[in-house]
Design a protein around this ligand. Structure first.
Ligand code: UDP
Length: 235
C-alpha cells in the first residue's frame, strides 16, 4: 500500500466549543496528529471544510444571497481555514503548502496535481482548499476528488464519532459500530457522515473511505497501521 493519505476535516472541527470561527488550540492538536503521520513517513494531503464560517445552503436560505454566490463564499471560508492550518503545521515545524481550486496567488498556489505530488515527495503536507472550485459541491466531494487525483491509498474522514453505526448511536443504546460497509449499503442508507456524491465518486474509483474519530489521540496513525477499533471503512 502506498503511504499517501488524504485527511478531511470539517470546518466545524476547527471551531471548538463556540461552534464558530477557529480555535487555535484545536488547530494545534490537529497539527500534532498530522505531524505524527509525517514523522512515520506518511505523505499527507488535507482538505478542510468551511462550515465553521459559512455554508452555502444556509447563507442562501432566505433568497437574499443567490446559492452560487453563497457557495463561493463557502469556498472562500475553506481558504481561510486552509491559511490557518498551514500556519499551525509550520508552527509544529512541518513544511506545508496551501493550494486553492480558485486562483488567488498572493495567498496560495493554485491546485496543480503534479506540483502537489512533488510536494509530497519533498515531505511537505499539502492542503487543498476552495473545495472543487465549483458551486453545488461539498468539501467531502472535493476530498474524494483530490484523494483520487493524488492516488491516495485512503481518504480518512475525521469526525467526532468512532465510525458508521447500524442505527443512530445518539438515539439507540444498542447501536453497533460497523467495521466495514459497502459503498452500495452506504449509499442506500444515506449515511450521515459522508454525502452521496462523495461516496459515489469513491465507489467509481475504488477509494476506501475511513470514517474515524479525530478526538482520539493517535487514532489517525493507528488507522494507517491497520487498527480500526475507532473507525469504519466504506469500501
Ligand atoms: N463549497 C462549494 N463547492 C465545493 C466545496 C464547498 O460550493 O466544491 C461551498 C459550499 O457552500 C459549502 C461550503 O463551501 O457549504 C463549505 O464546505 P462544507 O459545507 O463542505 O464544509 P464542512 O461541512 O466540511 O465544514
Amino acid at each position: 500500500m502506498n503511504k499517501r493519505v488524504l485527511v478531511k476535516f470539517s470546518g466545524e472541527a476547527l471551531a471548538g466549543e463556540e461552534g464558530y470561527g477557529i480555535d487555535t488550540q484545536i488547530l494545534d492538536y490537529i497539527a500534532e496528529e498530522i505531524k505524527s503521520l509525517v514523522d512515520n513517513g506518511i505523505e499527507v494531503g488535507i482538505v478542510i471544510g468551511g462550515g465553521n464560517i459559512i455554508r452555502g445552503v444556509t447563507a442562501a436560505a432566505d433568497g437574499v444571497i443567490k446559492r452560487t454566490s453563497a457557495d463561493y463564499m463557502g469556498m472562500l471560508a475553506t481558504v481561510i481555514n486552509g491559511v490557518a492550518m498551514q500556519e499551525a503545521l509550520e508552527y509544529k515545524g512541518l513544511n506545508a503548502r496551501l493550494q486553492t481550486a480558485i486562483k488567488m496567488e498572493q495567498i496560495a498556489e493554485p491546485f496543480i496535481v503534479r506540483k502537489a505530488i512533488r510536494h509530497f515527495e519533498k515531505n511537505r503536507v499539502v492542503i487543498f482548499s476552495a473545495g472543487t472550485g465549483n458551486p453545488y459541491f461539498t468539501t467531502d466531494t472535493a476530498a474524494t476528488l483530490r484523494a483520487t487525483e493524488i492516488n491516495a491509498s485512503m481518504l480518512i474522514k475525521a469526525t467526532k464519532v468512532d465510525g458508521v453505526y447500524n442505527k443512530d448511536p445518539m438515539k439507540y443504546d444498542d447501536a453497533v459500530k460497523l467495521d466495514t460497509i459497502s459503498y452500495d449499503k452506504a449509499l442506500e442508507d444515506h449515511i450521515k457522515v459522508m454525502d452521496d456524491t462523495a461516496i459515489a465518486l469513491a465507489k467509481d474509483n475504488k477509494l476506501p473511505i475511513v470514517v474515524a474519530n479525530m478526538n482520539e489521540k493517535g487514532n489517525l496513525l493507528k488507522i494507517i497501521n491497520g487498527d480500526c477499533s475507532k473507525c469504519s471503512i466504506v469500501k
